[in-house]
Ligand binder design. Structure first.
Ligand code: ZN
Length: 232
């Protein structure tokens, strides 16, 4: 099966538009989702021919579309904190990739809707709650007055997953619980997300609208927050 022949008009058009700038190819793989791997201006979309649909290909194409704006957030945080003994434990590759992905999703979702697709197929289990009350209740940031890096990591991930949810699930209770656990960390992550909402990816500028500047103001706040805390 040639996947390209099965795509609907909007998805095919997006594919041809992107191909003016980047090489895009498709490869079958035994996975239950779709993913894209990009290196040196060449993107490969991996898909499973038995479960693939237009929405998931469109989703990956939209990730490729975002590459043209060339912002770095997650990877910048990951690399910069590598040499920080506390924060490198919190900001592992998984969390930084997750942040990057959620940030991407927020910026590509309007275009996905414009293409005529529905919210439930934007991501797997698209309509479901992205973080549960039970998970938050199980989260203990400290043990014997020392902070646990893995729990800080999850705190940030949970909060970002809530903010990045593209459907209007009710998270009032979740947010209250998280804020109560660690108000200052809650504020820092919330500010970071709100700045991303405002951030204009189409007009990145080193002085007035900088992706690195945005990541670094978050990083500085994280450094201040963690400075006098003991870590396990
Ligand atoms: Zn995605």
């Amino acid at each position: 099966m040639n996947i390209e022949h099965t795509l609907d008009t909007n998805t095919s058009e997006l594919l041809s538009e992107l191909r003016k700038e980047v090489e895009i190819d498709f490869q079958q793989k035994d996975i239950n989702y779709c993913e894209v791997f990009t290196q040196n201006g060449r993107s490969t979309i991996f898909y499973n021919p038995n479960i693939v649909d237009n929405e998931s290909i469109a989703h990956e194409l939209l990730h490729i579309w975002l590459n043209r704006f060339n912002y770095v957030i997650g990877n910048h945080i990951f690399l910069s904190f590598q040499s920080d003994w506390k924060l490198s434990k919190v900001f592992n590759k998984f969390l930084c990739d997750y942040i990057e992905n959620c940030f991407d999703h927020y910026k590509m979702y309007p275009k996905y809707l414009e293409m005529g697709f529905s919210p439930e197929k934007f991501i797997m289990n698209g309509l479901e709650e992205k973080c549960s009350i039970e998970d938050i209740k199980k989260l203990h940031l400290k043990f014997l007055s020392k902070y646990k890096p893995d729990s800080i990591n999850r705190f940030i991930g949970y909060l970002i997953s809530i903010y990045a949810d593209h459907v209007d699930n009710n998270y009032e209770e979740h947010l209250k619980l998280l804020e109560k656990k660690e108000p200052e960390l809650f504020r820092i992550v919330t500010d970071f997300w709100n700045k991303w909402i405002e951030f204009d990816i189409e007009n990145i500028d080193a002085i007035h609208n900088s992706d690195i500047g945005l990541a670094e103001s978050f990083m500085t706040e994280m450094e201040d927050w963690i400075e006098y805390k003991k870590l396990k």
